[in-house]
Ligand binder design. Structure first.
Ligand SMILES: [Fe+2]
Length: 205
């Protein structure tokens, strides 16, 4: 083989647990909706910055410390993050990666999550609590895109690894992990059903 794979971008997608996740998921869904009802500051912030949706990003972004239910989710996520860092072959030394932030996103009809990355974090991700039919997935952008100066487009049906954008479908009970520098976005939710997710950051610093 004369062509080698260098500098791959790894994205982790897995079920939270093989069994028994539905009970935790149902509690999370109730708490996400209750948080929206209780969090007037977050609703005001979302009205300005997240039309059609609610996020606790600016108001209640350490849910793992406020709620035993979110703390239980964090313990599950810790296992997955540890696995992902082993796959990435990160040398963490004696310092563990720890969850710094954990917040709720509820996307109603038309809500969009524009292209962004998560500065000051190491691993970021999302757990899916409710995903109505036709709700959008998570779209990743090739981190080298701004350097593709004279690169032709890829052929139709190109392998996923060779495409400049890849959308991973959102599935209830699953999580996605990626390195925090990887830009991503969520397209507009076309339906009336609410897409509920919990996003989080892990930091080594
Ligand atoms: Fe994000």
């Amino acid at each position: 083989m004369s062509t080698r794979l260098l500098f791959p971008t790894l994205v982790y997608q897995e079920r939270l647990r093989q069994r028994g996740w539905r009970t935790l998921n149902a509690r999370l869904l109730r708490e996400c909706r209750q948080l929206r009802a209780d969090d007037a500051a977050g609703r005001r912030w979302s009205a300005r910055n997240y039309p059609g949706g609610y996020t606790s990003y600016s108001s209640a972004h350490r849910m793992q410390r406020l709620s035993p239910t979110f703390a239980a989710l964090a313990r599950e996520l810790d296992r997955h993050v540890a696995r992902f860092t082993r796959t990435l072959q990160m040398d963490l030394g004696s310092r563990a990666l720890t969850m710094t932030d954990c917040w709720v996103n509820i996307m109603g009809r038309g809500a969009v999550h524009g292209l962004h990355l998560h500065p000051l974090s190491t691993i970021s991700g999302t757990y899916y609590v409710a995903v109505p039919a036709a709700a959008p997935g998570l779209k990743f952008e090739d981190p080298r895109l701004e350097r593709f100066m004279a690169a032709p487009p890829r052929v139709r049906g190109a392998r996923r690894a060779n495409r400049p954008w890849v959308t991973l479908p959102a599935r209830v009970g699953q999580l996605v992990l990626f390195e925090s520098w990887l830009r991503h976005e969520v397209a507009a939710n076309p339906g009336a059903g609410e897409r509920v997710s919990i996003s989080f950051n892990y930091s080594w610093f």
